[in-house]
Structure formats: C-alpha cells, structure tokens
Ligand binder design. Structure first.
Ligand code: BDR
Ligand code: CA
Length: 311
C-alpha cells in the first residue's frame, strides 16, 4: 500500500483524480491533500478540495492550504475551462469541514522528515509551487521522496495555455524547474498522453449510470468541463488529465513512456514553461523523468468507472 500526498488545484479533473484515489484504499493510502493556486485562486481551490472530501464522505482527510501565488510570476488561472468556481457542474454544498491547521509547505516538509525515507510518493496535479517551495526551504527532503508522479508538460503535443506550454508548468515554470532539477525519480503525464484519455459520450453515461451521488457528480463535472474542448476544438470529449496520475499508480501496465531528459524553459517569454524533452537522446544531458506517451484508454476508463462505483 503506497502512501501518497495529492498536491492539487481542483478543477473537475483534479476532483475525479482525488475520488479515484479515495476509492482505492487497498493500493493507496492518501495521507492528505495539499492545495495550491492554479485553475482558480487558492481561496477557491482549497474550498473545492474540501467539497470533494465531503462528497466522498471523507471529512477526516486533512486538507492543507498552500501557496497562493507562483514563485516569481503573477498567477494565471483557467476559468475559461473550469468555470467561475473552478469546479462548475454539479451543485455541491458549501463545505463545513475545516482546513487543517498548518501551511501545506510545512506539512510536506514535516511529513517527509517524519516518515521513513522513500515511503511517500508525491502526486502533483497542479502548478508545482508548493513542492518547489518545500524543496527550496528543506533540500534534505528530496532524497526522502519515493517518487513524484505528476501531471504536466507536453513534448510532441503542443501546449494548451500557450503554443508551447502546458498549463501546470506555465503557471509556475520556476517551480517546475526546481522540481525537475531536484534529482527525484519522476513519472510525468504530459498532454501527449492525457489527450488520449478523452471523455466520450458513452464514458460520461457510464458515470451517470452508476446511479450514485458521486457518479452523478462525475458526470456533471465532465459535462461542464468538456464544453470547452468540444466547442473550441470540435473534440469528441475532454482530456481527463489528472486522473491519469492516479490510474498509473493503480495499474502502470495501462501506460507506456520513456525515461528522458526534460528541461523547463524559464528564460524566454515566447516559450515560457515549455518542457523540452530529449525524446531521441540527441544530447548527453542525464535522464531525469519518465515521460508517458500512451495509455490504453478503454482500460483506463474501465478502471476509473469501476473504482468510482465504490464510493
Ligand atoms: C492541467 O491544467 C488544469 O487545468 C488541469 O486540472 C490539469 O491539471 C492540464 O493542463
Ligand atoms: Ca489540476
């Protein structure tokens, strides 16, 4: 059973990722959610995280609020995709569970120091500000992290917030650079793979057909969230980016990728936040991340729906 901390900026796809993890207690021990500003400001993402916990009947799960802005740049948000609240779709009650009484960065540092070395996996599915701040403040935690399995970046695929950058990396490229350069084993779900995990009509109906409150919420989130890709790109559905991270932990055989060198652009405004992956090994820069490129999408949605049914 793997101990994980999900670092998140919910977000409909973040919400489904969190629910997938909470629905899989045999494999995953979700220690806490640490929340960051991203899709919407922190005030909303921390509230959304608590709404998701309450929907899952998990008022006991600690939710720590973290950084409210990127290390160096001003915050860029994505209401155009996620709606005004960041979690538009189903009507969910205002959360009543309190935030955990510490800053997410302090929680990350204290937990990684207290737990046995190599026993905690970090799962960032938003901008990397909390993780980078923890690494900056306490470099001794880097070798204590088992692995980082995260959503972010793009290599053959083009960006989704600029022509070359993916949203999570673009929002805080300086944080991403610190994390990619920290020497921690990393597995990354870039847009190349997440755009293969598309919510087609039958997949959304499968959520709704579960007939549960959580199933209906997942369908309503997806209905809202796919508008953007359908209207703007005539895509058959929306990419379920963040759940790929959790699905990978549950069944890595659904995915394939390559261990490569990845550098994050922080110097050029034109390509800010681009993840430059040396896919063909044309440099001698050392490999630092496994970039995932493929997913068995039917297998992924089967796993997802079967787990969501348990909540
Ligand atoms: C990422 O950005 C956010 O909008 C999503 O939640 C996902 O983490 C995709 O680029
Ligand atoms: Ca996210």
């Amino acid at each position: 059973r793997r101990k994980i901390i999900i670092d998140t900026d919910p977000g409909q796809d973040d919400a489904i990722a969190i629910l997938l993890a909470l629905a899989s207690p045999e494999e995953l021990d979700v220690m806490a959610l640490t929340v960051v500003a991203g899709n919407v400001p922190l005030e909303l993402t921390q509230k959304n995280a608590r709404k998701i916990c309450e929907l899952a009947g998990r008022r006991d799960l600690p939710v720590y609020a973290g950084c409210d802005r990127p290390l160096e740049r001003r915050l860029v948000t994505a209401e155009h995709v996620h709606g005004r609240t960041g979690l538009d779709g189903p009507e969910l009650p205002e959360p009543t569970m309190p935030l955990a009484p510490a800053h997410a960065v302090d929680y990350l540092i204290d937990t990684l120091r207290a737990e046995p070395e190599g026993s905690v996996t970090l799962c960032p599915v938003g901008p990397l500000t909390n993780i980078a701040t923890a690494l900056q403040r306490a470099p001794d935690i880097a070798p204590r992290i088992a692995e980082i399995v995260m959503m972010g970046g793009a290599y053959f695929a083009v960006g989704n917030i600029t022509p070359t950058a993916e949203f999570n990396i673009y929002v805080d490229p300086h944080a991403a650079k610190i994390v990619f350069d920290a020497g921690i084993p990393m597995t990354v779900m870039p847009l190349d793979v997440t755009h293969k995990a598309l919510t087609t009509a039958d997949r959304v109906e499968a959520f709704r057909d579960l007939g549960t409150e959580v199933g209906r919420a997942c369908a309503a989130w997806t209905d809202f969230y796919e508008r953007f890709d359908k209207e703007k790109y005539a895509s058959p559905g929306a990419p379920l980016h963040d759940p790929c991270v959790i699905a990978y932990l549950l069944d890595p055989s659904l995915f394939s990728g390559r261990l490569v060198n990845v550098e994050v652009e922080t110097g050029s405004e034109l390509t800010m936040g681009m993840t430059v992956a040396d896919w063909w090994g044309v440099t001698d820069r050392p490999a630092n991340a496994t970039f995932i490129g493929d997913v068995d999408a039917d297998g992924f949605f089967r796993l997802l729906t079967e787990r969501i049914a348990r909540l």
